[in-house]
Ligand binder design. Sequence first.
Ligand SMILES: *[C@@H]1O[C@H](CO)[C@@H](O)[C@H](O)[C@H]1NC(C)=O
Ligand SMILES: *[C@@H]1O[C@H](CO)[C@@H](O)[C@H](O)[C@H]1NC(C)=O
Ligand SMILES: *[C@@H]1O[C@H](CO)[C@@H](O)[C@H](O)[C@H]1NC(C)=O
Ligand SMILES: *[C@@H]1O[C@H](CO)[C@@H](O)[C@H](O)[C@H]1NC(C)=O
Ligand SMILES: *[C@@H]1O[C@H](CO)[C@@H](O)[C@H](O)[C@H]1NC(C)=O
Ligand SMILES: *[C@@H]1O[C@H](CO)[C@@H](O)[C@H](O)[C@H]1NC(C)=O
Length: 359
Amino acid sequence: MFLRNLLQASALLPFLYTTASAQTACNNSPSLCEKAYNNITHLGAHDSAFLRDESTSFSTSGNQFYDSTTQLDAGVRLLSAQVHLKNGSTGSDEWHLCHSDCDLLDAGTLENWLSEIKTWMDANTNDVVTILLVNSDNAAASDLGSQFQSAGIDKYAYTPPSTSTIPQEWPTLQSLISNNTRLMAFVASLSTPSSDYPYLMDEFTFIFENPFETADPEDYSCDPDRPTSLTTSAQAASSGRMFLMNHFLYSTALFGIETPNATYVNVTNAQTGLGSLGESISNCTGVYSKAPTFVLVDFFNVGPAIESVDAANGVTGATGRKSVPNAPLDETETGGVAGRQSSLLAVIVAVVVAVGFGM
Ligand SMILES: *[C@@H]1O[C@H](CO)[C@@H](O)[C@H](O)[C@H]1NC(C)=O
Ligand SMILES: *[C@@H]1O[C@H](CO)[C@@H](O)[C@H](O)[C@H]1NC(C)=O
Ligand SMILES: *[C@@H]1O[C@H](CO)[C@@H](O)[C@H](O)[C@H]1NC(C)=O
Ligand SMILES: *[C@@H]1O[C@H](CO)[C@@H](O)[C@H](O)[C@H]1NC(C)=O
Ligand SMILES: *[C@@H]1O[C@H](CO)[C@@H](O)[C@H](O)[C@H]1NC(C)=O
Ligand SMILES: *[C@@H]1O[C@H](CO)[C@@H](O)[C@H](O)[C@H]1NC(C)=O
């Protein structure tokens, strides 16, 4: 009996040890625990669910080579997605993650995606995650909130003191973790926040962004673009909003249609060089006397983008991340070229049809 208890106790030791050491890191580093949520830089995956991989036949609309779970495993802490209303397979309306249009790229339901994130958060209890939903079809707070509820992720959601006023101070990562309110949820835009879903925050009440439609690596700007009420960087800074820095490059090679520029991403996501993520962070840190709170990138694994974010946070020796190849996925090795061409063809057909019908 004694021996058995001893064995049981010693079997627990590794777990106790793991738990204790995991407690010391917040978002992969102990040095971030006591920093306010807005005083660190979070790496964001732009259009997190829109993949350019085998699952989409390497769709040219895809913004990421690896899925949301892999993103989180690798250190991404903000996931953005577009939410659209779709007449689903059941013949009733469903909220889906679609790229511009559900016929172009449909990454499934919002609920499924939220469930995937919840599963990750269940297993990673010392991490603060931010979701940014682009509200393409003007969903009400109840439409979105009901999906958070059915995914069970609402239990992790942080509720700000007010849905209309920027807090004097954002909580530290450690206090969010201790309270187990480790999910920040922003919606662009949420015209009418609801007291039934007070964790759904209107993005532009709390955050400003620089321009996002950059197609030339010399055109990145730190100036505010949204909300449109902010016209100068000084106004943006004094508004107290957090800064979300878009840093991704569009290709307009195809009849001016914007698709992510994947061929240049090793430069776009690099730490140094013209048009690099590192250069943009450094430029904008100069403008605002503070590093951006969020940086949003395409193909996060290339660069890797996390290196510039670690540098901004002064983090070295981050723990608990899984490594992902630092290269574009090579579609030629997996037979994806045919798929890419057919998705290009679909876009061209759609454009020709639209032009033909004078739309
Ligand atoms: C956040 O940054 C501001 C400005 O540098 C500083 O005054 C404040 O103490 C910081 N708070 C935390 C908790 O990091
Ligand atoms: C949704 O699709 C079903 C068939 O799948 C159709 O019967 C129904 O009319 C459609 N509803 C709307 C609102 O388009
Ligand atoms: C944590 O919970 C306590 C007790 O409910 C509350 O007073 C405190 O404001 C919460 N902290 C954060 C960061 O939400
Ligand atoms: C990607 O951007 C680079 C740099 O501007 C440009 O040379 C290249 O042609 C672009 N690629 C595509 C497919 O548009
Ligand atoms: C980006 O990739 C291209 C093509 O593989 C290569 O020539 C270039 O040196 C790379 N640039 C950087 C900054 O890694
Ligand atoms: C950063 O600033 C330099 C000097 O003003 C400018 O040449 C460069 O284009 C800027 N780069 C970015 C990414 O903002």
